[in-house]
Structures are given as structure tokens and as C-alpha cells.
Ligand binder design. Structure first.
Ligand SMILES: [Zn+2]
Length: 89
């Protein structure tokens, strides 16, 4: 999900592919292959966030297990904050 006006990018990461700590279960066969693959995904995730933030974007990453309610709530709150920035005092 991308909100270009507010420069907000929302990613929903799958628990397995992105190595969620709560739900990560590595297949028993080829465990080291999978560990490497998931590590690679996590590194790419972090790079992506770094690039976007460097370009002035706000990045929200949600886990698939966060959805739908709390995740949606967080997106709405952040969108709100971006639309109505509190003047710095
Ligand atoms: Zn999870």
C-alpha cells in the first residue's frame, strides 16, 4: 500500500518469508537453505526501508499476523499525523 500524497509506504510482511519471530518455523529439511533465504529477504527489507526513509518517506511495516484491525488502526493514525503535522514548538 502506498499513499503518495503523504509519502507513506505500508508493507505487510508474511510471517514465514520475512522471518517473524513469533511464527517463524523453519522447515526441517534444508533448514540452512531456508535460513539463508529468509535472512536475505530481511536484509532486502531493511535496505528498502533505508532507501525510502532517505527519500523522505514514512515506512510502516506490519506483520501478516498484525492484520487486520490493529494494523489498520496504526496506518490510520500515522496517516492522520502526516496530514496534520503538529507544529514544532
Ligand atoms: Zn507472525
Amino acid at each position: 500500500m502506498v499513499f503518495p500524497t503523504e509519502r507513506l509506504a505500508v508493507f505487510v510482511d508474511g510471517c514465514f518469508w520475512h522471518g517473524c519471530r513469533e511464527h517463524r518455523t523453519l522447515p526441517r529439511s534444508n533448514a540452512s537453505f531456508w535460513r539463508q533465504k529468509i535472512e536475505g529477504t530481511r536484509e532486502r527489507d531493511q535496505q528498502q526501508v533505508a532507501w525510502l526513509e532517505a527519500a523522505g518517506w514514512t515506512v510502516i511495516r506490519l506483520w501478516e499476523h498484525d492484520l487486520p484491525e490493529p494494523g489498520a488502526q496504526r496506518v490510520i493514525e500515522i496517516l492522520d499525523a502526516l496530514r496534520n503535522p503538529t507544529p514544532e514548538t
